[in-house]
Design a protein around this ligand. Sequence first.
Ligand code: FES
Ligand SMILES: [Fe+2]
Length: 492
Amino acid sequence: MGRQRRLIQVTDQTGVLADVRRGMIPAHVYNDREIFELEKERVFARAWVFVGHESEIAQPGDYVVRRVLQDSFIVTRDEEGEIRAHFNMCLHRGMQVCRAEMGNASHFRCPYHGWSYRNDGRIVGLPFHQDAYGGEAGFKRNGQRLLPAPNLATYNGLIFVSLDPDAPPLEEFLGDFRFYLDYYTKQSGSGIELRGPQRWRVKANWKIGAENFAGDMYHTPQTHTSVVEIGLFREPKAEKRKDGATYWAGAGGGTTYKLPEGDLDERLRYVGYPQEMVDRMKQHLSSDQLKVIGDDGFMISAASIYPNLSLVHNWPRVADSENVLPFISIRQWQPISEDETEVLSWFAVDAEAPEEFKALSYKAYLMCFGSTGMFEQDDVENWVSLTNTAAGSMARRLRLNSRMGILEDDTEVIPQLTVEQFHGPGSAHTGYSEYNQRALLSRWADDLETPMSIVATVEVGGPREGAQDASAKISAAAGDVAAASHGTAAQA
Ligand code: FES
Ligand SMILES: [Fe+2]
């Protein structure tokens, strides 16, 4: 295992980050190659990044292939039921081992020369081992395994990995946002099940969607006018959004709608939950989580977790009646480059929900979001156009004002909600604001200015100590590999 310093050949971004922190956003950050190189290394090689949900790999051998930026991982449940994320690169010549997007397999065989791996990552087959390498004496096969993600953890069944071996525990990373994440993922003791993902690419920078979902209630009356006009929602006016609260806590923040007067049960039924689901939520959410709905009258809507995971909860009409029905969606803004993003969009539903509810909720989701969703189509044209315009030289002269909700001296246009008005953790505000967009980009600025100084490298079956450079050897023992990390694309 060797230790190397990572060097990133980019210009000093100190001025850019200082502008971001005062809420004046240099427009080019939405389409800038150098910034994207920094993001790869300092945002995505550090953060906890969502790679799937346990329900997607419910049975031993189930797997999905997911990426953390360019790094492909086989996220699988091994024969013992343990969830693993293997770096999807063959230990031999580096071919991508698993090319299918999802499936069930006890083994993965590399298409190039046929090395094969058990679903716990261990090498089991190495063609012509004796002829080619002189057997174990030349290449120690026993115990070698696909590189594990340096860190893997789950919360409410959501699987995250971090490429940083020194990452804080996932729960610490998420912090108080867990309180809000539970609304989407813990409506019963069984948690959620997913459908999807739908995947598509948009020629837009990944940060724009993340910011929008975190807190942009201000765009609804303009961008989504037509959705309101056709009566997809019961609320007659998109301006109602300003009555909701935005909140920021820990690694994320989101928006809410203000509910009409009523008690907890009435308010949950108002958004379309049948009584049996309401009863389960009352068992599985905390009293403060229930108070945000029942006492404070706020219902969670869109949200983002830094850096690139978003959630939605909304309740459109699904048939020609006054009745609405809620849906939940999880989505990821997977950066392809500084001006392109792959969107992964899952439908999520409480596993214990009645079958009829699940079917209608899926319909509600598809009408609004997903590749053909009406909201989706409204939003994306803005984001593509913004990204395109951000690439030019004029954009380098422009600082966008992202200070909505605060005055020149930083005092609040509408004071923060008190703990009596809003029972959730973090800070919450009603009215149009950009508190959350600023919080998201401040966190981004913190990461961007903090180098990832040291990484470990792994050599596959390298010569033994003494035979060559002693520091560049890796033991074949699985534990040693697990303790090491692997470098990413920008490693020097
Ligand atoms: S690259 Fe995988 S077996 Fe050769
Ligand atoms: Fe939108």
